[in-house]
Design a protein around this ligand. Structure first.
Ligand SMILES: Cc1ncc(COP(=O)(O)O)c(C=O)c1O
Length: 316
């Protein structure tokens, strides 16, 4: 199949100014199809999601289609896709949520190859929890992030490993599957920043071993919308002891409470298929924080455990 450069250029009205836009990190230009889709939304009535009137149903449809599109792009489950203003904001929210279960002495492993968006949320969350940050280093001669170093970085105290799937500065692509396998061997969660990588080749979040995969549509010709997709294994220690409360399925036919967004503490990942769980408000502690649960030690091999985390998505 030949790549028709002129047809592709013609799809992007901004390129008619004669400039070549090489600053991919600043985001891509946007094709007619996306501009029209956004404009069309404003030509019809639109409302908040979750209402019982046509404008709200249209909003529901847009969100559902958005989730399907992201899942299709990365090989994830549409019901698990979390949409938000950008990747950084969503990563802060996830860090806040997951770190609520971290204890002093726990560890998170970050990399010096990563964008600040996959570093600072975890550093700040670790500080609040009294957890230690351990760093994977870049090989300055090659620009690579050697995966072998992770064996020495993870331990029984590791709760999370965050790593980029591709550097937005160097373009280097760490061996994410090897890194996540090392993390999973100690039952740590993995958070993979695919913001730069997603535009540059096919993505299979499960092959990557990403418990969470983050991307941002403005890097691949969309508007600036962030998406994080959990593909959580149901039996990791971190998931079992996470701050997320046990599932509370909605009664059949009911809807999630309205006006919940990924930036509100009681938000839970919506699902296009039942069951959907919602998180009750914290009973104690500071607003927006979940009561800490006592740390559990792994007692058996995770493959033999049953799914008891409350996560809706336990594909492995
Ligand atoms: C690799 C990488 N990760 C994360 C981000 C942050 O994405 P967002 O602007 O959606 O927060 C960027 C933005 O440039 C990036 O290049």
């Amino acid at each position: 199949m030949t790549f028709d450069v002129s047809a592709v250029r013609a799809a992007y009205p901004a390129l008619s100014d004669g400039y070549a836009y090489l600053d991919g990190a600043a985001g891509t230009q946007v094709p007619h199809a996306v501009i029209d889709a956004i404009a069309d939304v404003y030509r019809v009535g639109i409302g908040n999601v979750g209402g019982a009137f046509p404008a709200s149903h249209r909003a529901d449809g847009i969100v559902t289609e958005g989730r399907r599109a992201v899942a299709d792009l990365i090989g994830g489950d549409p019901g698990g896709v979390i949409l938000g203003p950008n990747m950084t904001t969503l990563t802060y929210r996830l860090a806040h949520t997951l770190a609520a279960a971290w204890q002093p002495g726990d560890e998170v492993v970050l990399s010096r190859l990563d964008h600040d968006a996959n570093v600072r949320p975890w550093v700040q969350a670790a500080e609040r929890a009294g957890a230690t940050v351990r760093w994977a280093d870049v090989d300055i001669a090659t620009g690579e992030l050697p995966a072998e170093q992770y064996a020495a970085l993870v331990s029984d105290r590791t709760r999370l490993v965050a790593v980029t799937a591709a550097s937005n500065v160097l373009g280097t692509r760490p061996d994410v599957a090897a890194i996540t396998a090392t993390a999973h061997a100690v039952e740590a969660l993995t958070y993979v920043d695919g913001v730069h990588a997603t535009a540059h080749g096919p993505v299979d979040v499960r092959a990557l071993g990403a418990d969470f995969y983050a991307t941002s549509a403005y890097k691949w010709s969309g508007p600036h919308v962030g998406a994080v997709t959990p593909t959580l294994r149901c039996s990791t220690r971190s998931a079992r002891t996470s701050s997320l409360p046990p599932p509370t399925p909605f009664p059949s036919g009911s809807r999630p409470a309205r006006h919940r967004s990924p930036t509100s503490p009681e938000w839970s990942p919506p699902s296009s298929t039942s069951p959907v769980w919602t998180a009750p408000r914290p009973a104690t502690g500071a607003p927006g924080s979940w009561p800490r649960r006592p740390r559990q030690r792994p007692t058996s091999k995770r493959s033999s455990r049953s799914c008891s985390t409350g996560w809706t998505h336990c594909p492995r």
